[in-house]
Design a protein around this ligand. Structure first.
Ligand code: SF4
Ligand code: SF4
Length: 330
């Protein structure tokens, strides 16, 4: 049995008040589940075999949304490998033409796949902020999580980005993402302190590969997607949730990423965050209706959600120093 003694209301009970949206300033778009990799911890369960991706019709609606709402300050493109979708470049260009920050969550190895070799220059030209997965600075650990050869390709890609000015030119930001390894037993731990780990990464990558980058983001493994499947296989799902709950830190709540973002799936449905998207927990209006990009355009407002939908995996965002797509919260 893999059911948990922590039910999905517990997180809500723990907060003891409704988790309310602030004004929306971040649009995170998940362009689909297609990826050239199939990492063991992937919460999207992405792989080269997945075919679900953004259609031209939804892409057009998203571009209209980007133009319509100046309060969107950041457009955050994720996937799968978002660069594999034809909508990647049109979305980048729409967002940049309206003065927004654009983030691409890149696995870096995509630069070496057939047909994608222009991406580093393209991202530099459009000043796209690259947030790149690098779960460890040691090759064995990265290859174990992400596939053979991924570490070497990632190193080459980072050197390429540096040559183009990333992390040297103030307009070309390059951030790395650390995920802890998936637990093999009940000796759970949270990610190491972000600032200290960033220093370790910087020293190691500079010394061994002459690589520089801006920020390291530590992200907790939430029990979602392949991480959840792994925990269930190991019969660790319940104890991992209890571990996360036992590290609940109320000070993180104010800063949770779901407070000011909308997460959009490849079909144009709206969620409070990418984790809720993967767990099929759509955002709801005060009337209990679900939202789509088409409805946001029709109503002329991004601020239609009152209470954020939560579940037990939310404990991953509130444990210790907290966790988000932008790293620790505190
Ligand atoms: S973690 Fe990222 S790179 Fe790995 S399979 Fe998932 S989407 Fe692809
Ligand atoms: S998973 Fe995290 S970001 Fe998503 S709704 Fe829960 S607390 Fe918010």
């Amino acid at each position: 049995m893999t059911t948990t003694s922590i039910n999905t209301n517990t997180f809500k009970d723990k907060l003891n008040f409704p988790l309310i949206k602030k004004n929306i300033s971040v649009l995170q778009i998940n362009l689909g589940k297609r990826c050239n990799l199939a990492c063991t911890h992937c919460h999207v369960e992405a792989s080269p075999k997945r075919t679900e991706e953004l259609s031209p019709q939804i892409c057009e609606q998203l571009i209209a949304l980007i133009y319509k709402f100046p309060e969107i300050q950041t457009v955050d493109l994720t996937g799968g490998a978002p660069e594999m979708n034809y909508g990647f470049k049109p979305l980048v260009e729409a967002a940049k033409s309206t003065g927004k920050q654009v983030i691409v969550r890149s696995n870096l190895t995509i630069y070496f796949a057939d047909g994608f070799g222009d991406l580093p220059e393209y991202c530099a030209k459009h000043q796209v902020r690259v947030v790149a997965s690098m779960p460890c600075y040691l090759a064995d650990n990265v290859d174990k999580m992400r596939g053979t050869g991924v570490f070497d390709s990632s190193i080459k890609a980072l050197q390429w980005l540096n040559q183009l000015g990333y992390s040297k030119n103030p307009n070309l930001i390059l951030d790395l993402v650390y995920n802890p390894p998936l637990p093999a037993n009940e000796k759970f731990s949270l990610a190491p302190e972000q600032t200290n780990l960033e220093q370790d990464y910087k020293m190691f990558l500079q010394e061994h590969f002459d690589i520089v980058f801006n920020n390291l983001f530590t992200i907790t493994n939430l029990p979602v997607g392949r991480t959840k499947m792994h925990l269930e296989r190991k019969k660790l799902h319940t104890s991992y949730l209890q571990f996360l709950e036992s590290h609940f830190n109320h000070s993180t709540v104010e800063h949770l990423m779901c407070r000011d973002e909308l997460s959009i799936d490849y079909l144009g449905n709206v969620y409070d965050c990418d984790f809720n998207q993967m767990m099929n927990l759509p955002a709801k209006t005060a009337n209990g209706e679900s939202l789509t990009v088409a409805k946001l355009l029709e109503f002329g407002s991004l601020n239609l959600i009152n209470e954020i939908q939560t579940a037990n995996y939310c404990y991953g965002c509130t444990a210790g120093c907290g966790s988000s797509c932008g790293g620790a919260l505190l």
